[in-house]
Design a binder for this molecule. Structure first.
Ligand code: IPD
Ligand code: CA
Ligand code: CA
Length: 256
């Protein structure tokens, strides 16, 4: 039986350590590679961050599976699987824009039971445990109650293959931008979900995300009383996250 209290203490320590490493190199010349497209970047810090987190998990939970964005994980058929995005918002990071985060979730038999999102520049540590609520540092989170599109502040993002695949979210953005108070594009899906959980944004949607972008953030939103809809296809996961009513309103507007 896992001791979740001890586990959470450890994960909070790990993300702070990795966050310090990321802050130390922010704005310095990074070794940057592109992945799927010109916009899909990876830096030495992404890889180093992932390596540190994986080494910690292997040390304390050697039998657990790990799914990590930069490919350092291994899946060995354990009941437990860690889902890691070591640096969500790599484009921001590489350009010195200070919104990026570390996202770690733990699944037990396919269900997310724990999620942690850490935003190093803001020293904001978001965490949630299934059934026990969502928190920012020590404070309990609650999604916004906004039920009118016209008063809503939303967030979204655009996929890396936006220039080659017409399913690039531009249609959805155009559909909503004239109807709402505003739409933000932070460059980090995990950050966006944490802002929905804390009631800053009234809703978030995005297409073609990967599990590591949203696993921790989705639990934050659910545990903050919100609703998360996901639709998975071969291109990735489409998501809507908000309060129940706002999810319905967004679903009616979006081309999902
Ligand atoms: C990206 C960010 C971005 C989203 C992209 C993601 P990465 O993750 O979450 O906000 O629009 O779809 O891939 O590559 O910075 O870890
Ligand atoms: Ca990501
Ligand atoms: Ca990443």
């Amino acid at each position: 039986m896992l001791d979740y209290q001890q586990l959470l203490i450890k994960v909070k320590k790990w993300v702070r350590e990795v966050g310090d490493l990321q802050l130390a190199s922010l704005g310095n010349q990074q070794l940057i590679d592109t992945k799927s497209t010109q916009a899909d970047l990876v830096t030495e810090v992404d890889k180093k961050s992932e390596e540190i987190l994986i080494n910690k998990i292997r040390k304390y939970y050697p039998e657990h599976s790990i799914l990590a964005e930069e490919g350092g994980g291994s899946q060995e058929g354990s009941d437990y699987c860690w889902i890691i995005d070591p640096l969500d918002g790599t484009n921001n990071y590489a350009h010195g824009f200070p919104i990026f985060c570390i996202s770690i979730a733990l699944e037990q038999r396919g269900e997310t039971v724990l999620g942690v999102v850490y935003v190093p520049t803001l020293e904001q540590l978001y965490w949630a445990r299934r059934g026990e609520g969502a928190f920012l540092n020590g404070d309990r989170l609650q999604v916004a109650g906004q039920e009118e599109l016209g008063r809503a502040l939303l967030a979204t993002g655009f996929p890396y293959d936006k220039d080659s695949d017409p399913q690039n979210n531009v249609d959805n953005f155009a559909q909503l931008i004239t109807q709402v108070r505003g739409i933000r594009r932070s460059g980090s899906a995990a950050f966006d979900l944490s802002q929905v959980a804390s009631g800053v944004y009234d809703g978030f949607w995005e297409l073609k995300l990967k599990k590591w972008d949203l696993a921790a953030g989705a639990l934050l939103v659910q545990e903050a009383g919100g609703k998360v809809l996901t639709f998975e296809n071969e291109k990735g996961i489409n998501i809507i996250a908000a309060n129940q009513k706002m999810v319905k309103l967004l679903l009616a507007e979006l081309n999902y």
